[in-house]
Design a protein around this ligand. Structure first.
Ligand code: PAF
Length: 284
């Protein structure tokens, strides 16, 4: 496995791979890799011939009061994990390689970025879209992998490729969970042992939503209320939203439809966690 911090290093390596007719796969990450990221790298290795993992804690997607400074940075361990998972190149640039001193351009995502996560984290998705577009321009992959855990991010990246004509196949990969259901996230590292136990409530609320939808007795409004009730049953959990939306435009649904997504964001102590579950209506 090769590594590099400059754009010319990664472009040279990719150029050689492309001239050998290799299909290029890309897995953008912010590091602090866990089994969820490794599943993306392994999938990229199955879908392509040369896998580029990017590790960059992107400052423009963090709000002023968010955890940019304290975000876990574990490069040495990440490099070992990337190699084991089948990466061919890890690009881990410094800030100044990615952003000029006085950048004049950034992407501004429309409505899709304003609800849910966008409402709680203004500007977050503009930062995500800008860095992902920059990484796509640097790597020019044929295929790129993103976790479904960040459901809204995945929808926005698909819109980015469609609206800006990036000829890149975007593959959404299933959320990897601990045995008790907690979705893997680099931010789980912030949880105290007691918060870690309480954090499973997000998954429990999602499973309840699925069961209630399939039982077909309550309205979606009542089910949202039930999700909130489960979340607040844990003393250190403060929900931000618990909703059921259309999987394409992420608009809140009032009526059931064949495919829906339940989305949750909640603070567990000081740690903000998100999770989601696709739900299919099985009864008519
Ligand atoms: O999901 C992430 O880790 C980040 O938002 C991404 C896509 C790597 C952009 O910085």
């Amino acid at each position: 496995m090769q590594t590099g911090t400059t754009i010319s290093e990664v472009r040279n390596a990719i150029g050689l791979a492309r001239s050998a007719a290799k299909k290029i796969g890309c897995v953008p990450t912010m590091g602090a890799l866990h089994a969820g990221h490794l599943s993306l790298i392994e999938k990229a290795a199955r879908h392509s011939d040369f896998v580029v993992v990017t590790i960059f804690v992107n400052p423009t997607q963090f709000g002023p009061d968010e955890d940019y400074d304290s975000y876990p940075r574990t490069l040495e361990n990440d490099l070992q994990l990337c190699e084991r998972a089948g990466a061919n190149f890890v690009f881990h640039p410094q800030n100044e390689t990615i952003y000029s001193d006085n950048p004049q351009l950034k992407l501004c995502v429309g409505e899709l970025a304003r609800r849910w996560e966008g409402d709680s984290r203004p500007g977050h998705f503009d930062g995500v879209a800008t860095i992902v577009a920059k990484l796509f321009n640097i790597v020019q992959p044929n295929v790129a992998m993103f976790g479904q855990k960040d459901y809204q991010q995945l929808a926005i990246i698909k819109a980015l490729c469609r609206d800006l004509n990036f000829p890149i196949e975007i593959v959404g990969c299933p959320t990897i969970r601990e045995e008790d259901g907690l979705a893997l996230s680099s931010r789980n590292a912030y949880l105290s042992p007691s918060e870690r136990k309480q954090a499973t409530v997000l998954y429990r609320a999602l499973c309840l939503a699925e069961k209630l939808i399939q039982d077909d007795q309550l309205s979606l409004k009542q089910i949202r209320q039930k999700m909130l009730e489960v979340l607040v049953s844990e003393p250190d959990v403060v929900p931000e939203y618990a909703t059921i939306v259309d999987p394409d435009d992420l608009q809140m649904l009032e009526q059931r439809q064949q495919k829906m997504v339940a989305l949750i964001a909640a603070k567990v102590g000081e740690t903000r966690l998100i999770d989601n579950r696709e739900i299919f209506q099985t009864t008519s």
